[in-house]
Design a protein. Sequence first.
Length: 306
Amino acid sequence: MSLYSLIRRIGSSGFGYGSTAEEVSAGLDLTGKCILVTGGNSGIGRKTVRVLTMRGATVLTTARSESKARIARRRFGKRAIPLICELSDPNSIQACVDNIKAGGHKLDAIIANAGVMAIPECETVHGYERHFFTNHLGHFMLVTGLLDLLKDDGRVVMVSSSAHKRAPKDGIQFARLDGEGWYGPWEAYGHSKLANLLFAKELAKRFAGTKRVAVAVHPGVIRTNLIRHMKWWVKPMMVLMSALVLKSVSEGAATQVYAAVHPDGAGFNGEYLKDCKITQPSDNACDPAMAERLWVESERIAAQFE
Ligand SMILES: NC(=O)c1ccc[n+]([C@@H]2O[C@H](COP(=O)([O-])OP(=O)(O)OC[C@H]3O[C@@H](n4cnc5c(N)ncnc54)[C@H](OP(=O)(O)O)[C@@H]3O)[C@@H](O)[C@H]2O)c1
């Protein structure tokens, strides 16, 4: 816990900046629940898997290699079911969907947590900018591929970021999804996180009138492996900042755990949460036309790989 979290906790009521994943799930018995967490081998995803299994849930936890996936089983025991899912590879995503279907699982929640940040130079996969493909398109294919398995009151939690505000000013770059002409490490990360938010908004619209819920969350700023692509001096700086102001990993996992399993979460369809509270995203993230267009375009791209 940083000094700042400690100060924020004093006098606060309910859940907030300094709440941990353990606290927001305290007293919940998740026995019989089945939850999918992507990127469960590292950072806040790993903590999310730990806490959900501790509360009794079965957690399908993805990693991008077999060795990383197997670690989950060793760490969290039989309640963690390891799966392989490389989000930049449509074949791997489809295999993951098929494995989950073959396992006969019904899903209470999907936490789309995996992500990559601030790659220094523009890279493309299958012709699309890498952050956009991994963080958005990969999750789009995975989540839409699994909607049949989502329970009637199931929840989809998209792990976005306040960095969605760093996306290009006019939002999703539909004409230049390869990053050409606008790429910057933070613009591209923000663009993909805006896409996560718009996907949650459009999914929520499609869930309207049901008990299903789609939300997006900002976990806070936490020192994790996410900074792997950043300059060498960022690491020591993050150690210092972590002690002073950043969230701990458990505090970082709190909002997605809260959104996925807390009874309050049933009322959050279409919302964007930060510190376990509803907050306002950017104007672009609230643009229904952009959300709908992104869905249509993502469907079109996904169809190319079928
Ligand atoms: N940490 C923060 O301050 C912060 C702030 C705002 C939002 N977020 C969001 O929180 C989420 C979790 O991040 P974290 O901080 O826990 O980072 P992390 O420790 O780096 O974890 C990211 C996870 O995503 C996986 N991943 C990366 N590229 C992938 C790919 N191509 N296919 C499949 N999985 C892939 C990683 O797998 P490998 O271990 O194999 O690379 C890892 O499991 C991300 O969506 C991030 O954008 C984090």
